[in-house]
Design a protein around this ligand. Structure first.
Ligand code: APR
Length: 236
């Protein structure tokens, strides 16, 4: 691989699949037994806040029984050892990248381990179950705390920083994402056509947008990511 000065990596549910976190678009089309519209939209939260809070309580609790895998660890190694700029952007709401050792990352769809108060706007680290009656630790309002998660119909976080990094990187990698959800599915186009990046897809199988990448490597993340990281670090 040519000498690189700036890398952006986008990850999706596939990077955490071998850790035991279910991907969103499994063969049954359900996410942990629910239709996404019933648990991951502002309308669902307005209609049935108890169902939605419980759903995210279960997802948060489930984090304690999974661990980062070799793909998360390889990406953390890349962040530590790559000599240029490196940004990891994840659509995942789990904390496996952090636990795998990554620190410079953006959770564009939010985080299970954060909540937000809709009354005072505070965003807080959160480890335990959340209920409608839980008062906001900052302003004491009740029925005001919600998961700090970007639901369908809401704007992803940090888009300006992400777009700036995409426009100036020379390698963009999309890892473990099916390419169904925008704006993330459009990052390859931004990096390739507005920037000057070489683009690579790493995924179990060709994603919806596979034809937009210069290169695709298909296989399980725990195999293809460590090999890819090794290749980049050897070339620098
Ligand atoms: N290694 C690599 N890729 C894998 C593996 C694996 N072991 N297992 C599955 N994959 C791939 C699948 O082939 C699929 O293309 O990961 C992709 C996961 O796709 P999705 O389930 O659609 O997840 P993602 O693309 O992250 O979803 C995007 O949609 O529901 C919303 O907000 C949610 O962030 C999520 C967004």
């Amino acid at each position: 691989m040519a000498q690189l000065s700036s890398i952006v990596i986008l990850t999706g549910a596939g990077v955490s699949a071998e850790s035991g976190v279910q991907t969103f678009r499994g063969p049954d089309g359900l996410w942990e037994g629910h239709r996404v519209e019933d648990v991951a939209t502002p309308e669902a939260f307005a209609r049935d806040p108890v169902l939605v809070q419980n759903f995210y309580n279960m997802r948060r609790q489930a984090l304690s029984s999974v661990n980062p895998n070799a793909a998360h660890e390889a990406l953390a190694r890349l962040e530590r050892e790559f000599q240029g700029d490196f940004l990891l952007v994840t659509q995942n709401v789990d904390d496996l990248h952090e636990r795998g050792g990554s620190s410079n990352l953006i959770h564009m769809h939010g985080e299970l381990k954060r909540v937000r108060c809709e009354a005072c706007g505070a965003v807080m680290a959160w480890e335990i179950d959340l209920f409608q009656e839980t008062p906001c630790p900052k302003c004491t309002a009740t029925s005001a705390l919600r998961p700090h998660i970007v639901w369908f119909g809401e704007m992803p976080f940090a888009m300006h920083s992400i777009e700036a990094a995409l426009a100036s990187c020379d390698l963009f990698v999309s890892l473990g994402t099916s390419g169904n959800v925008y704006p993330a599915a459009g990052f390859v186009n931004l990096a390739r056509n507005y920037g000057r990046a070489h683009t690579i897809e790493l995924n179990l199988e060709p994603s919806l947008g596979a034809s937009q990448f210069h290169e695709c490597r298909h296989g399980p993340a725990t195999e293809i990511v460590p090999a890819f990281v090794e290749e980049i670090l050897e070339a620098q």
